[in-house]
Design a binder for this molecule. Sequence first.
Ligand code: ATP
Length: 264
Amino acid sequence: MLRLTNIYKLFNPGTVDEKTALAGINLQLNPGDFVTVIGSNGAGKSTLMNIISGAMRPDMGDVLIDNQNVTQMPEFKRSIFIGRVFQDPMAGTAPRMTIEENLAMAYKRGQGRGLRLGVTRRRREMFREQLARLGIGLENRLRAKVGLLSGGERQALSLLMATFTNPRILLLDEHTAALDPARADLITRLTETIVREQRLTTLMVTHNMEQAIRLGNRLIMMDKGRIILDIDPDKKKSLTVERLLGEFEQISGHKLSDDRIVLG
Ligand SMILES: Nc1ncnc2c1ncn2[C@@H]1O[C@H](COP(=O)(O)OP(=O)(O)OP(=O)(O)O)[C@@H](O)[C@H]1O
């Protein structure tokens, strides 16, 4: 499904600010894998997501999706089969456009070229059905401007837009971190449901240790540009936050230094 081989990324090479963000990442996701990612500040988590989405190119190594080498493919082309939700609720949607226009845009992306942006009656009904799945009443507000929605509502819409064309890979980049606990909870539940129902292959960066353990079937830990531990489904089931932090310390030789850490 997704395969990363020997990925390296260096920022500002040859200057005093030189920084190795990724130092030889190898990772394989199998169809339906839901992998949570934790790590210290600056471990390379966002850079990894950027390289998978095509927002950045690696200096070395390859990104393969369904055995196709997409390393040099630009982001807009990859967006046909990669869905992504960012931390910032403002990032995934166009505020001046209505809910249905935003959905039409996301729908068009999934269908490739040639489709008009217009919203036909049939498509409107489909959008209404999809919005109803979120369970927060957005199906009755199709013509509301997205800029008027709350952060939680926008993030729910972003999640729907990223997933309703069934992407091959779903990237969740701390997508609940900017929300208050109740809204973060809602988005987490929606994520679980959508990923399960559509069997989406998912990679989720989180600072919430309890969430990292509870969600998904695999957990990877990153430190200094490397994956230092990949916890399989069997081991993950019996994991606790204490054990997780203990393992991190033992392997990396230092405590998990994450200024946004939430223990659960
Ligand atoms: N555009 C950039 N230019 C220069 N350095 C960068 C850039 N992006 C990231 N870095 C550096 O690369 C390293 C990895 O950064 P990255 O944002 O991927 O880490 P992260 O694990 O997502 O961190 P955090 O948990 O703090 O968000 C860090 O040292 C960071 O300062």
